[in-house]
Design a protein around this ligand. Structure first.
Ligand SMILES: CC(=O)OC[C@H](N)C(=O)O
Length: 275
């Protein structure tokens, strides 16, 4: 091993920013979800005093965790501001869970959705991350969204704006970009991408991802790209659609696959497909 390499690494370590305690932040977010939803709790809280003490503990834990993050305001003020939003966050998440129950014939009820659905978990962590993003907390929102991503395969940038009653069914392989705007009562399935039409560094801080208006359904594998792409309200986007332009309200957009089905009972017949 060369001395140069040792010195390079030493210098990199000396210059490094204070690392974020990622597991502690993720644990804190899990605790917030357990407070808001006893359905997810190891041990439900049985008295008002216990609830109040848990809220107070989560506030001070957040303030301590944020003390290593470079933020303009005092960590305690940000923590207090976040905790004030808990009633609204719970209300929004209950609407999301109810939307999943209402949409999914396989869902048995709120308890199952809140405790087990990856789509619910992904939107829950997104709403926490988005609240911190709006409070201008750097790095932590992305840390939480990547935590949800690793657990669910649902990659929602903390900056994405998502309206009430959002339903993700079969939450896996989903990408929702930073400047996406989603209205109320939108339903998406596995493999949906709401992405940028082109990826270039100079486009940072511009609207690169689509706008999905109220009551839109986007089926599995659909890809919708572009910052000026607007999917009008009450539209249905079919599975595997590739869409880079706006569609008006009440549109039905389908991908027509060209699939051929042939039959033969002769096992020695030529194989008709190629890879
Ligand atoms: C979701 C997506 O298209 O991302 C591309 C790139 N990271 C951007 O934010 O523009």
């Amino acid at each position: 091993m060369s001395d140069d390499f040792l010195h390079t690494l030493t210098h990199a370590h000396q210059q490094a920013a204070v690392p974020l305690p990622a597991p502690a932040f993720c644990h804190w977010a899990e605790q917030v979800l357990q407070l808001l939803f006893p359905e997810r709790a190891d041990r439900p809280l049985s008295t008002t005093d216990a609830v109040a003490a848990t809220i107070s503990q989560l506030r001070s834990d957040l303030a301590v965790l944020l003390s290593v993050v470079p933020i303009a305001e005092p960590a305690s003020a940000i923590a207090a501001d976040f905790i004030e939003q808990l009633p609204q966050l719970r209300e929004l998440l209950l609407l999301d869970a109810a939307a999943i129950v209402a949409a999914d014939p396989a869902a048995e009820g709120l308890l199952e959705v809140i405790a087990t659905y990856p789509g619910f978990y992904a939107i829950a962590l997104h709403r926490l991350a988005h609240a911190l993003h709006r409070l201008a907390v750097p790095r932590v929102p992305r840390l939480l969204s990547e935590f949800a991503h690793t657990r669910t395969g649902v990659d929602i940038h903390p900056g994405a704006q998502i309206g009430p009653s959002f339903c993700i069914d079969h939450g896996t392989g989903i990408v929702i970009g930073e400047t996406t705007v989603i209205g109320a009562h939108v339903k998406i399935f596995q493999g949906v991408t709401l992405g940028a039409l082109s990826v270039a560094k100079h486009l940072a801080h511009t609207k690169r991802h689509p706008t999905i208006e109220d009551d839109v359904v986007i089926y599995a594998g659909a890809t919708i790209l572009g910052g000026s792409t607007v999917i009008g309200r009450h539209s249905i986007i079919g599975g595997n659609v590739w869409l880079t332009e706006s569609v008006p309200s009440h549109s039905r957009v389908y991908h027509q696959a060209q699939i051929q089905v042939t039959r033969t009972e002769d096992p020695t017949a030529d194989i008709m497909f190629s890879i």
